[in-house]
Design a protein around this ligand. Structure first.
Ligand code: HEC
Length: 455
């Protein structure tokens, strides 16, 4: 019985395998979604940052244009009046580049000295005196400057050449003295009222005289940009964290569900295994004798029917041994039932050993009666096996003080072979009756002996 109990235990591996696949899939989904979420937010952030930078440059350009227009208004106003007369002072000396004009310096009726200020001169003075107010650098320049301080730098030269090609307005992000600036310049064309002072250079109306520009320092814009960037970065990070935490908690939840399900599946598997184990036991109990561990009466009936059919189908002969322990009732009475049971067990095992081929079949028929089916064996050989079994039991030497035929436990054996029966005998019952008769004969013959059936 014990060896039949090894009912399939469920290994940890087996129970884990089902859930493992789902857990791996879950973690893959988690990382994929997180990656996607990160990529989406990073993309949106980059887009927002780029957009922000473009907006700031637009604002800087607006500021440049506004300043430019203001300068332009001042300059045009001065040019319209052909320059303006101001008191000549050490800070505002007469402009040497106007020396060719006859009315550069005049005396008022009260005797005050006035000198003519051309628009460029005027604006330059405004810029240098009030640069603190402006912060924005204005410039007037030309490829052919009258005044060398108006000579163009590299950037201005390039832009002025573009003006001569027909361009009218250029703005660009550059550095000046290591600081970021937005530079803006517009072409400045010669008009009629300019000729008063510039005709001697050979300019005609409509020609590009030069360019006027402003440079807007971008540092304040950079400050704003940095602040906006920090806010954007912070809010996107928070959003990322929020999404990540949500994803994590959903994943955790699903993971718990999977684990719980896995637990349930495992216990189901365990129950199934337990059922199978019980089935094994039941099936075993249905065919084995609980006391002696050899086959029981039911198993014997099945086997006898099978052998009977084989005999009818293919003529395979078989023999039947029927044994009875001599004076077993007396044995029980003198030695007690416990020892009687032990004796039954020992005898059953001895019989099983005596018919040692794999096809031989030993069963407890009832009480102290055992039957053996010996397939493929006729009467003569069966008698040999029977005698061997009888001797084996006798040689066990189990003391039987109450026996009338020996001092030890002995067997009487009746033997019958299937080919002893008439052709048309109905079923195994006939063979059983024959073996029983032989057993009776053995008992009549003094017990502890073997008798063959005599049909
Ligand atoms: C009252 C005389 C006067 C009038 C009018 C005048 N300019 Fe000038 N302009 C000058 C003088 C003098 C300079 C050079 C010295 C300086 O910068 O003070 C100059 C400088 C310039 C410059 C800078 C490059 C350089 O040659 O140094 C440009 C560009 C310019 N003028 C364009 C114009 C245009 C365009 C007009 C007409 C809308 C105009 N000016 C009207 C006298 C004049």
């Amino acid at each position: 019985m014990a060896k039949r109990r090894e009912a399939i235990p469920i290994s940890e591996r087996q129970r884990g395998r089902a859930g493992q696949g789902r857990l791996i899939l879950l973690s893959r989904i988690f990382w994929t979604v997180l990656l996607f979420w990160t990529a989406v937010l990073a993309g949106l952030l980059l887009w927002a940052l780029a957009k922000e930078e473009r907006h700031l440059l637009d604002y800087a350009r607006l500021e440049a244009r506004a300043n430019f227009n203001k300068d332009m208004a001042l300059r045009t106003w001065a040019a319209k009046h052909g320059g303006v007369y101001v008191p000549a002072t050490p800070e505002t000396p007469p402009n040497p580049y106007l020396s060719h004009l006859p009315d550069r310096d005049v005396l008022t009726t009260s005797g005050q000295r006035l000198t003519l200020m051309n628009p460029a001169y005027m604006l330059r003075q405004v810029m240098s005196d009030f640069s603190g107010l402006y912060g924005i650098r204005g410039r007037i320049t030309s490829l052919k400057p009258l005044n060398p301080i108006n000579a163009p730098d590299e950037w201005e030269q390039r832009v002025l050449r573009q003006f001569e090609q027909g361009e009218t307005e250029v703005s660009e992000l550059t550095e000046m003295d290591g600081q970021p600036y937005l530079r803006y310049m517009r072409a400045f064309h010669t008009k009629e009222n300019c000729l008063k002072c510039h005709s001697h250079q050979g300019y005609k109306e409509g020609e590009v005289r030069g360019g006027i520009g402003v440079s807007v320092p971008l540092r304040p814009y950079m400050e704003i940009k940095r602040r906006i960037e920090a806010v954007l970065l912070l809010s996107y990070s928070l959003l990322w964290l929020l999404g990540g935490a949500g994803l994590l908690s959903v994943t955790r939840f699903v993971r718990r569900q999977i684990l719980r399900q896995r637990e349930a599946e495992a216990s189901l598997l365990e129950q199934a295994a337990e059922l199978e184990r019980l089935n094994h036991i039941l099936a075993h109990q249905a065919l084995y004798d609980g006391l002696t561990s050899v086959r029981n009466r039911r198993a014997f009936d099945q086997r006898l029917a099978e052998e009977w059919q084989r005999w009818h189908r293919s003529g395979t002969v078989f023999s039947l041994l029927m044994t009875d322990m001599d004076f077993f009732k007396l044995y029980n009475d003198t030695c007690g039932h416990l020892q009687g049971d032990a004796c039954l067990r020992t005898v059953a095992q001895t019989l099983e050993r005596s018919a040692a081929r794999a096809c031989d079949f030993t069963a407890r028929y009832g009480g102290e009666e055992f039957v053996l089916i010996l397939p493929g064996i006729g009467l003569d050989q069966a008698l040999v096996v029977a005698e061997k079994a009888r001797q084996a039991v006798e040689q066990l030497g189990l003391p039987h003080p109450a026996s009338h035929c020996a001092k030890v436990v002995t067997l009487s054996v009746g033997v019958a072979a299937v080919n002893q029966l008439a052709e048309d005998a109905a079923c195994g019952a006939g063979l059983l009756a024959l073996a029983d008769q032989a057993l009776y004969a053995a008992k009549q013959g003094g017990r502890n002996c073997v008798r063959a059936a005599r049909p």
